[in-house]
Write a protein that binds this ligand. Sequence first.
Ligand SMILES: NC(=O)c1ccc[n+]([C@@H]2O[C@H](COP(=O)([O-])OP(=O)(O)OC[C@H]3O[C@@H](n4cnc5c(N)ncnc54)[C@H](OP(=O)(O)O)[C@@H]3O)[C@@H](O)[C@H]2O)c1
Length: 288
Amino acid sequence: MKILVTGAGGQLGKELRTAFDNKNITEVTYCSHADLDVTDPDAITSRLRVGDYTHIVNCAAYTAVDRAEEEKAACLAVNTTAVENIARAAAETGVKVLHISTDYVFDGNTNRPYDESAKTAPLSVYGNTKRKGETALLGLAPDSIIVRTGWLYSPYGKNFVKTMAALRDKGATAHVVSDQTGTPTYAADLADAIAAILLAPTWMPGIYHYSDEGVASWYDVAVAIYDAAGKGDLVVPISTADYPTAATRPLYAVLDKTKIKRTFGITIPHWQCSLRKCLNKLIDDGNA
Ligand SMILES: NC(=O)c1ccc[n+]([C@@H]2O[C@H](COP(=O)([O-])OP(=O)(O)OC[C@H]3O[C@@H](n4cnc5c(N)ncnc54)[C@H](OP(=O)(O)O)[C@@H]3O)[C@@H](O)[C@H]2O)c1
């Protein structure tokens, strides 16, 4: 197995290094945005030919969900067109693609966890471009694996958990949306699941859903973060209507993970346990 990881400088890309090292997956080339621009089809094609890879794990994405409403072309280029480039080059060279997508391909008008066959109906530019990326990939390279996830956080980059931990440490009150439901996902857990998929005896193409276990609102997550420092009462619930954002988000974005658990025999940690691990890591690293 010889793996190329794109977008390796992001949250998931960084966690993949640790997960792969732990599982002794050693033949890996990690390419950050500066190393490999996935929107450049020639760069992708030549990289795949020269590298003689067996797999590409595409962690590259345009993830600024609100900014995407203004920067539609930039978002489309990374989340759709680049995925087409990767799919074409992979199909030509026989490289297997593992791509990451999002719970924001759904509209959230339900109260039951989404399985992989659920109808997609993205509400935002980001969600739309991710869905188009999925469709392009499965059309051009049907042997691919897509893992949809949601509410990703880690000690790296910018994310909700780090923002809340920083506010908490300043002693600031946080007004947090309590009517959007999903599951926070520690990028380290997703990285472990990706390692398990790659190490499975058989490559099992298709779409899979992965988040950590359990269900929460953003408010619940913020309370857990503040409460870890005994400050839970500084978090105030508000409604989505009270916190307008450029992009519309699904109110209910819980993923059904039955398929990924059964297919790859993985167990998934509860979000509260993983959140504690990440908060402890932030303290150890001096970030919180
Ligand atoms: N974050 C979430 O809450 C969330 C939720 C659901 C699904 N996902 C999906 O999970 C995956 C990983 O997300 P993440 O949180 O790790 O994202 P992230 O931290 O934003 O990382 C994405 C990486 O892609 C890179 N990138 C952007 N444009 C690129 C290009 N043209 N060529 C190569 N690299 C490029 C970025 O580099 P620069 O920063 O240097 O541009 C960044 O390092 C993505 O597919 C995302 O859509 C994320």
